[in-house]
Design a binder for this molecule. Sequence first.
Ligand code: XIL
Length: 430
Amino acid sequence: MKRLISFILCVTVALSLTSCSFGGVKKKLTDPDLTYSMEELEELQTRELKISDYELPALYKYFEGKCRIGVVTDGYEYTNYETDDRAKGILKNYNAYVLENAMKPDHCNPAPGVYDFDAADAFVKTGELGSAELRAHTVVWHSQVPEWWFKADPEDTGSVKECYKKGRLATREQLEERLRTYIDELVPRYKNTVKYWDVVNEAISDNDNIIKDHTEKSYWSEIFGDVDGDGYYDDYIEYAFNTVREVGGDDLVLMINDYYMEWDETKTQKMYDTVERMLRKGVRIDGVGFQSHIGSDIDIDIYRKNLEKISGLSKIYDECFPEYKGNFRIQITELEMNMRVGELADAGFHPWSDEDYAYQADVYYRLFDMLMDFADQGIIDLILFWGTDDGHSWINSDLKENVPLLVDRKYRVKPAYWAVARAAIEHSGK
Ligand code: XIL
């Protein structure tokens, strides 16, 4: 009998542990009696609440049925969310995550045959605990890529620029082989747990070129060359997408990600043309990421126009891949809104006032009101913030500090938090 009781006890403990580790944690972190209504929001925004507070509505829940709301993580939040407010805020408020740096190739493949997936493995555990979808950022980029990939001799101690000038760059065959080997290590490891993949990041040129070359510190297009002779140096993009698809399978959502499309119509057109070309060649690109490192001076009408332009690719995608009809999407992948007010504008240290925060909240509101139109159409399925709070933003440095996110340095939610929730509620007709 004693044995039976202790067996039942063990099973109960094991079951409750499992249910709380996988899926149940989010529920435990937020008061289930919250209504997510406008009346409740009006009342709550008069209080001082932190991202980790039980009484705070979980941000992602305002957007349920519209799109996911994501944030960058360090990977290891699953180990410390009970004691660390920031980790708790990540698990509580968001249902999509991306690693800020540790899934970039320079981190994962620092030397030939050397791989480091510790943070990425931890990230998967955080994702499971937070019942979140994950993004892999990024497979191919010109930055944060191991320099040895681009050198004929991986041991060459010269810079890549020097190798370029002196004819010591890798050949296409070498670079193809290195990328293929990397994809073979990376993709099978995460293909069942990571859904969205930035296969190519920041490929579109900001000068007269279409695709970046060495003048913008990218060596991919020149090393690969124009393999099919169509006049476009985008063959490395094609190779990367086809290889990740071949290794990862049909279920992965493979994306091309870039900056400035929020305001630059020329760049948006180049992205449109490049993706259209790929789709018509049979390269299945499932979506475009708008990084959205924007300022509070953003022109929301232009941003809307550029989103509409890229949304037009959905029709071409459906024509080219009828069996995946409706699968093309846009994601907002790296959002923060640099506050640009007052004389100091975008630089230095600014004594931000309540009026500044109200102004920022208003721009965030108008931005989300616009983005929700696309979410309602099902074309935007994720909005992800590039930072948890103003103290954890890549735009801060020793020379400048800004306040671009929804949460302040003490993890208190700002007026902007309520502003985006308000936009979501209004679009739900609640
Ligand atoms: C940034 C990280 O936030 C920084 O920590 C790192 O030092 C540099 O990279 N576009 C991208 C992201 O695609 O990967 C960049 O992330 C920000 C700009």
